[in-house]
Design a protein around this ligand. Sequence first.
Ligand code: C2E
Ligand code: MG
Ligand code: MG
Ligand code: MG
Length: 286
Amino acid sequence: HAKDSGRSTYSFFNKDMDRDLNERLQLESALKDAIGTPQLTLHYQPQFDVASGDIVGVEALMRWHSPVLGDVSPSKFIPLAEDTGLIMPLGAWCLEEACRQLAQWRKAGFQGLMAVNISVRQLVRPDFFDLLESVLAGTDIPAHRLELELTESLMMDNVDASLEVVRRLKALQLTLSIDDFGTGYSSLSYLKQFSVDSLKIDQSFIRGLSDAQQSRPLVRAIVQMAHSLELRVIAEGVETSEQLAILRQEGVDVAQGYFLGRPEPAKVISGLLAEQAMSLPAAQKG
Ligand code: C2E
Ligand code: MG
Ligand code: MG
Ligand code: MG
């Protein structure tokens, strides 16, 4: 009996692994086919200055609608793209498209930042810098208006290489932020060495502001530390007015989340930016 059940357990796991592998292969080939087609688009989520309420930035977020698989979440296809190397063409497209869109919004008077998520696999490729330089030159965007969002855990995996890359990115005068801050393991000494511009407090801490998780002391500590290092603090995942009020009291600089605005197609954001441009006093325009 023991032998029988052992064997059936073995084949059960095998079947499970086959199914997972098949699913992955199907997803990978569908993603490969999607690159360069309208299946892949960018949505943009506005980022608001907490004090003035102005839109001071937008984050580009990839969207994939497959005719076969339907909508596939970035949290599913981005890790796959990272594992398979598809993140190179995908990431290049995202950067080009986001900068093209920013150039258009700048013509309409927008003075804020475009934030683009960058995977560490893109960063460590020497040709990433060529891509950045050509995109910036081609769109005439001042480098500091492009913000690259890097994730903390990935940078901490290889501190020396990341320090070198960050140094080179800052030499190009790009704006840099650490995404999902607080979920990784960066020590305070590293934070000082990485000359980034902003910390994006992870959504889990913002969620914890309105329930029993009591993350307010953590948010307060992050803001105080960031400000003493002269870093800007962005809160992501703001879903309620209560959370926003607490973040304002704690001195967070920029807020982003469903309560303020969801990720939307470019034309919806164009409307928001046009409204903002009209409501600013003439002296502040241009
Ligand atoms: P992220 O960069 O931390 O982006 C924040 C995620 O939270 C986005 O999910 C956004 O749609 C979602 N979000 C925004 N506001 C709220 C809110 O109030 N409540 C909740 N519950 N969620 C909110 P999304 O678009 O599904 O992207 C997930 C992750 O996929 C991103 O996390 C980022 O790590 C990655 N990603 C998305 N687009 C790209 C890309 O173009 N390149 C790379 N490398 N990664 C990307
Ligand atoms: Mg991000
Ligand atoms: Mg994040
Ligand atoms: Mg994330």
